[in-house]
Ligand binder design. Structure first.
Ligand code: SF4
Length: 111
């Protein structure tokens, strides 16, 4: 019999994505919520996790985490950047427009 306070715990093999090392990790999820990363010794880079990887749940659920695109409305020299929330479509359009100077993939591959 399963009690009312029974928790479901999943242990999902994966990796930490907080830096380019991509350390192998077991992602522990309780009732659908990330609770911790553990080292995955079966992974070539999973023998240990640094402190940043260990606090991953705090980063994911921090109340100040930015969950939507922001656009600077004042110059970079301004003390207040004037961040303004924008939609994902506008953010993608802005990014594409700024990166056009990099050229098309066929052009850049010849450089
Ligand atoms: S555990 Fe640390 S070193 Fe490994 S990927 Fe995460 S942040 Fe990078």
């Amino acid at each position: 019999m399963v009690g009312a306070d029974a928790r479901t715990t999943e242990r999902i093999p994966g990796f930490c994505a907080l830096c380019t090392s991509r350390c192998g990790a077991i992602v522990v999820v309780e009732d659908g919520r990330l609770v911790r990363l553990e080292p995955d010794p079966s992974h070539p880079t999973g023998r240990a996790l640094c402190v940043k990887g260990r606090v991953a749940p705090e980063l994911v659920y921090h109340p100040d985490r930015i969950l939507h695109p922001l656009k600077r409305t004042r110059s970079k020299s301004s003390r207040d950047p004037g961040w303004e929330q924008i939609g994902w479509d506008e953010a993608l359009d802005e990014s594409i427009g700024r990166n056009r100077c990099w050229g098309t993939p066929s052009t850049s591959s010849r450089l």
